[in-house]
Write a protein that binds this ligand. Sequence first.
Ligand code: NAD
Ligand code: USQ
Length: 385
Amino acid sequence: MKVLVIGGDGYCGWATALYLSNRGYEVGILDSLVRRHWDSELCVETLTPIAPIQQRIQRWHDLTGKSIDLFIGDINNYDFLSKALHQFQPEAIVHFGEQRSAPFSMIDREHAVLTQVNNVVGTLNILYAIQQDFPDCHLVKLGTMGEYGTPNIDIEEGYITIEHNGRKDTLPYPKQPGSFYHLSKVHDSHNIHFACKVWGLRATDLNQGVVYGVLTEETGMDELLINRLDYDGVFGTALNRFCIQAAIGHPLTVYGTGGQTRAFLDIRDTVRCVELAIANPAQKGEFRVFNQFTEQFSVGDLALTVKKAGNALGLNVEINHLENPRVEKEEHYFNAKNTNLLDLGLQPHYLSDSLLDSLLNFAMKYHYRVDQNQILPKVSWRPKV
Ligand code: NAD
Ligand code: USQ
């Protein structure tokens, strides 16, 4: 099957492209490389030294004999997108190609606008390109668990059945996202749902939790295939950041009380979930939603887990509770369903001591690349006074 991975130079996309290629899919990568540009604008670098995309793909070919087609360009440019699709003829499109940092989207008006235009218009272009020329193509779109927010009831997978004044319906689950980035994902979900309804497209929205880890079977094969691992206050995410902080002796940065609970998964499960979605496509006209995570943790508990694992490796790990730069509930109910992917055969890699050891060792190996000035959060959700 021919699968186009949009955003295939990024953290989840690179690991997924190699995984699918290894499993016999014919893979193309489309990416504008804008994420590398945003890094340099922010003066940050991934912990790991990532090779240029052309070298990565060449190395993959040299090692495995497998080819990956490359399309460099922006999905906001419809002519480019349409030409790339005509050249590649995808049967499935996996769409990772968005601005994905909540803090980045909250820097100022320009960054909020950039995030929403890049994400919402890009996805809309993909929907039109599929409708016009590839109506059977299955869109597998990366959404986020943060679309739901933290409601005081159980979170279902995309839809909830409600009885109201004696009548009953199954409706999209209410959305209460916590940043302009998370809002862009909600807008995407509505647009995709509408396109499935009116044009009969087939789509799967993968509402993914926070991803952790860096090694997959494929990206670990060679130094030139190494994946990115963000640790900075804008693009770094909770558990990855905590491991890198522990490795360099920086106190762990828990925001507020640390009672915030989120859904998490290992990057080895990200790649498998995407394959499961592709291998079991949605029906024509169906907008399917899978909650893509394996476990739930509070940020405070994650910090304690990293401290314990760090201590076992001889690291002295302190935990700091910083004033929360975000506006979010710090103590709340959180219980989300995730059975759809398990029913399709996902066998989770749960967070374990060995994963933490491997991530901490990885962080210690590249500790010399860390810029200590990039660790504390600098973006506030509150208006500047
Ligand atoms: P990333 O920033 O590492 O990768 C995204 C890639 O998309 C980059 O290579 C970037 O250059 C490319 N891109 C962005 N806008 C583009 C455009 N207009 N045209 C072409 N390419 C474009 O992000 P990631 O961590 O790999 O996340 C991938 C997707 O998964 C995102 O949609 C994100 O919302 C979602 N997601 C990520 C996480 C996580 O923890 N990393 C969790 C849940 C969901
Ligand atoms: N947090 C800390 N300390 C830190 C970093 C984060 O306490 O040093 C807290 C945040 O306040 C938040 C939680 O940890 O409560 C998660 O923050 P995060 O930065 O790890 O993740 P988030 O901003 O939600 O975004 C990340 C990805 C995004 C994806 C999302 C999945 O960047 O692309 O959509 O995770 S989810 O959180 O399920 O919506």
